[in-house]
Design a protein around this ligand. Structure first.
Ligand SMILES: Cc1cc2nc3c(=O)[nH]c(=O)nc-3n(C[C@H](O)[C@H](O)[C@H](O)COP(=O)(O)OP(=O)(O)OC[C@H]3O[C@@H](n4cnc5c(N)ncnc54)[C@H](O)[C@@H]3O)c2cc1C
Length: 497
């Protein structure tokens, strides 16, 4: 295609898009990034995220490679554990109920460590996730998965560093530019049609990478695909991920793939705004529920708060909260565990009540049947296996006996004031259904044939996450497949058709 203005157009400016742009540029491609959001709201969900990324690692020596300034005190006080490729693969399988496309899982796992190091070289800084994934217990920290490090400055820090690197490398960035459709020629994709301030414009390129998010911010599509009640969920991140990329891919014949009827959805402050607030970022999250209990409007527990490590349950419990009467729940803790709650519980904009007795607390839980809540707490307290030792950093087996709804780990009695309770609802993070891709991030049609010139990456791709997601995989998925898409799109663009 001789009249192409660019080798590669990347749609979106989140983590997947920026990794695609950087990787394409490294191959020598002329790259244009088109971001729907205005400059101040650039970076999609990635900018709202906590910045945690899951990698394969062999312990402290590998962690030092991505956190070169790790202090001697931190090293002495921390058991970083080991997280093998086999463990990563097994976790992806178990948590997605063995639905994940194994070839894509293979790429995600085996490019994770190297891609994190590649991002670091672009100027992104990492630090261990103390206080979120591990807690100081008897003087030591202990990590148990590959979710060990997060970006310094969280998601905003990640996006700012990636965009800075892109600008330095001569990648052109355009904001406030919504891509509406793909230009589809006889030999494949030839560019995009954008709308800027209601005016349409065609931009030609040899290859296009779609990395423009799922449909979580589209209330109508949520209801259509996820089902009744999903129109009432709050959006944890950007308002701009309304499914444009998914729609554009399907319009040119991409194969719909993955888990269209499910989404990543978490425990989120019940009074949070309808969409994410970039000044608050991830801090409306309330992910420490496994140290306490949750009750619904009926005053009843409705899930096993300690079924697994929080990293393996947080992204599926939001939809269970959404299914409760009034779509809310209260998380209840006593003073024995307050020091273990994440820093997000300490922000100013929080729905919180405190009390010195259970009766007083139950009366303050707006919308909850007080008498039943007291009964639930008393029954729970009586059922706790008090002879099993509590351990915050591992599944401790300190569960309950005889309850219809058990709590399997971290079951501490609620008996030591002051008590605290936090009101939560369902916050949707991202959707799981989207176009199918190959391990080279090529978008394929219904016959599994690549659509020439079209690549996709990040949360808009189908076939990776089903039902649930291991914590730290959203960003890693975007980084690995963004990078893969960028490399292959650049090579395609340069090879001619
Ligand atoms: C509050 C919160 C906390 C999270 N914490 C973590 C975490 O700690 N670890 C983790 O792994 N994951 C986390 N996630 C999930 C993670 O952020 C996402 O999975 C990941 O960022 C998705 O990256 P992406 O690049 O695919 O999409 P996004 O980052 O959402 O980027 C999509 C981009 O496309 C743009 N766009 C949309 N439509 C168009 C269009 N028509 N034209 C042009 N541009 C368009 C958007 O503006 C945006 O820039 C979190 C998410 C949220 C919301």
């Amino acid at each position: 295609m001789s009249n192409a203005s660019y080798d590669v157009i990347v749609v979106g400016a989140g983590n997947a898009a920026m990794c695609a742009a950087l990787a394409a540029r490294e191959q020598g491609a002329k790259v244009l990034v088109l971001e729907r959001a205005p400059y101040e709201q650039r970076g999609g969900n990635s900018a709202y995220s906590g910045g945690g990324m899951r990698i394969v690692h062999g312990g402290v020596e590998d962690i030092k490679k991505v956190v070169p300034d790790l202090s001697a005190e931190d090293i002495a006080a921390t058991d970083f554990g080991v997280y093998t490729a086999e463990q990563y693969f097994d976790d992806l399988g178990r948590i997605t109920e063995y639905r994940i496309d194994p070839d894509l899982a293979d790429v995600l796992v085996n490019r994770s460590t190297d891609t994190l190091e590649w991002i670091r070289q672009k100027g992104v800084k990492f630090a261990p996730m103390y206080g979120a994934k591990t807690f100081k217990h008897e003087g030591r920290y202990k990590f148990s998965t590959g979710s060990v490090v997060a970006v310094v400055g969280g998601g905003r820090g990640l996006i700012d560093a990636e965009i800075k690197a892109a600008e330095k490398l001569g990648i052109t960035m355009r904001y406030g530019t919504r891509v509406m459709s793909l230009l589809n020629g006889p030999d494949g994709i030839e560019g995009v049609r954008v709308v800027v301030k209601r005016v349409a414009e065609d931009i030609r390129a040899r290859a296009v990478v779609l990395a423009c998010g799922g449909f979580e911010a589209n209330r109508e599509w949520r209801t259509r695909y996820l089902g009744a009640g999903w129109d009432l969920a709050k959006v944890r991140g950007t308002r701009y991920n309304t499914g444009d990329g998914v729609r554009m891919a399907l319009e040119v014949g991409a194969q719909p793939h993955g888990n269209w009827s499910c989404a990543n959805a978490c425990e989120w402050d019940m009074n949070a705004p309808e969409y994410g607030d970039i000044a608050i970022g991830d801090a409306y999250s309330k992910h420490s529920y496994y140290f306490g209990i949750m009750v619904n409007a009926n005053g009843e527990r409705f899930l096993d708060e300690g079924a697994d490590v929080g990293n393996s349950t947080y992204a599926k419990y939001g939809r269970i909260i959404l299914a409760q009467p009034g779509q809310f729940a209260w998380q209840i803790f006593d003073s024995k565990v307050l020091h273990l709650l994440r820093s997000s519980y300490r922000i100013k904009k929080v729905t919180k009540v405190t009390a010195n007795t259970i009766e007083e607390l139950a009366g303050k839980l707006t919308g909850v049947n007080k008498e039943q809540a007291i009964k639930t707490i008393n029954e729970y307290n009586a059922a706790v296996k008090k002879d099993v030792v509590f351990h915050p950093n591992q599944k401790d087996g300190r569960g309950t006996v005889g309850l219809t709804m058990p709590k399997s780990n971290w079951a501490n009695t609620l008996d030591t004031p002051p008590y605290e309770a936090y009101g939560v609802t369902c916050g949707i993070t991202f959707t799981y259904g989207g176009p199918k891709i190959t391990p080279k991030a090529e978008v394929v049609d219904v016959e599994d044939q690549p659509i020439p010139g079209l690549y996709a990456a990040g949360e808009m791709v189908g076939g990776i996450f089903y039902f649930n997601i291991p914590g730290g995989c959203g960003l890693m998925n975007g980084a690995v497949f963004g990078r893969t898409a960028g490399e292959n799109a650049a090579q395609f663009a340069q090879s001619g058709r």
